[in-house]
Write a protein that binds this ligand. Structure first.
Ligand code: BTN
Length: 362
């Protein structure tokens, strides 16, 4: 568990130099023993520290901590409209008593391309849970929340999402649509396309999709997408898109996580410069915002062909493990406009909304 004080210590250590326990303790107003305890917890969270008697502590790999203002600046350079740092999200029309009296024709329309509000926090339970909580009262259309550390990161199908402070990207973007759930069914797949486009724009080539929206590199998972939706079936809807990416994972974590995983540093390849997480996050958010806007206008159609081209299992013989434990075999024919996986078995075609695919040996 990392606390705000741990982050204050880590930020001091992010220069890569040695800092004595005494200096660190004085800077945060704690005892040396407490500093040592907090730094032990940071190690458990995946940060590699060196302790040398007489010299103090130093971070072996110095994280480039996420920072809101450079992120806003990088987004503006990518032509994204961003709200000033101190702007507060407006109350939802329905949460604002005056608006309840407005005739329907005067209720403001949801803008297709809202200005983004950008917030970076050291720690939160889950960026998606936090935006979902806020959504009941505030307008989260265009709200970006990125966190260095999630204490209860969530994956698909109730799984835990594990990340490492300073070595991952975990963020969520809120959006509103006039449409209902049916129209938005393919949205999570479109988000997968957006993430890969952003990675490629930053020179990270070779990441592919695995239905429905895992991000894989050489069949190892490097990231995941969680799209959560609230609203009436006919609309409007509020969507929270959560993205988690492994940027630099310590080897110990690669071993500990049950699934076979990799990170974007492996994608970049040996000798490549370290990945700038603020820059990568800006690119991801810019691409994601554009994709969410395009989806609102045209649905999944503009993404379907590209999604299939980027699907690592397209045309492959697979086994699909269904949520009830049964499994089916077939050849991946593609996805339909709702994001369902289409499997071919001879002339027969069947569509599936959920499950886990794995390659079948020939
Ligand atoms: C998956 O299971 O593959 C989806 C993982 C999604 C993780 C991201 S990290 C940011 C956001 N907050 C969460 O708690 N989950 C998503």
């Amino acid at each position: 568990m990392l606390t705000p004080l741990s982050f204050s210590l880590l930020r001091q250590l992010s220069d890569g130099a040695f800092h004595s326990g005494e200096d660190l303790a004085a800077s945060v107003g704690l005892t040396r023993a407490r500093v040592s305890q907090l730094l032990k917890q940071a190690e458990t969270a995946g940060l590699a520290l060196e302790r040398v008697r007489g010299r103090g502590y130093r971070l072996l790999a110095t994280p480039d901590f996420l920072e809101a203002e450079p992120l806003r600046q990088a987004l503006r350079e990518l032509d994204v409209e961003v709200m000033p740092g101190d702007a507060k999200a407006p109350l939802l029309p329905a949460a604002n008593d005056d608006d309840l009296a407005l005739p329907a024709a005067q209720i403001p329309l949801i803008p297709t391309r809202p200005a983004l509000s950008v917030e970076v926090v050291d720690q939160v339970d889950s960026t998606s849970s936090e935006l979902l909580r806020r959504a009941s009262r505030r307008d989260i259309h265009g709200a970006l929340l990125a966190a260095e550390w999630q204490t209860a990161g969530r994956g698909r199908r109730g799984r835990i999402w594990t990340a490492v402070a300073g070595g991952s990207l975990t963020f969520s973007l809120g959006w509103r649509y006039e449409h209902g759930a049916g129209y938005l069914a393919g949205l999570s797949l479109a988000v997968g396309v957006a993430v890969i486009r952003a990675l490629e724009a930053e020179g990270l080539d070779g990441v592919e999709l695995k239905w429905p929206n895992d991000l894989i590199y050489r069949h190892l998972k490097v990231g995941g997408i969680l799209v959560e939706l609230n609203g009436d079936s006919l609309g409007p809807s509020t969507v929270v898109v959560g993205v988690g990416l492994n940027v630099r994972l310590p080897a110990s974590m690669k071993r500990d996580i049950a699934q076979p995983i990799s990170d974007l540093t492996a994608v970049a390849g040996r000798g490549a410069p370290p990945i700038d997480r603020n820059q990568l996050l800006a690119r991801l958010v810019a691409e994601l915002a554009e994709t969410l806007a395009t989806y609102g206008e045209h649905g999944f159609a503009p993404f379907a062909a590209e999604w299939q081209r980027r699907h690592a299992y397209q045309g492959k013989q697979v086994r699909l493990l269904l949520p009830d434990g049964a499994s089916v075999k077939g050849t991946v024919a593609g996805v339909d406009s709702t994001g369902a996986l289409v499997l071919a078995d001879g002339p027969r075609r069947a569509r599936f909304l959920a499950g886990e695919i794995s390659l079948r040996r020939a």
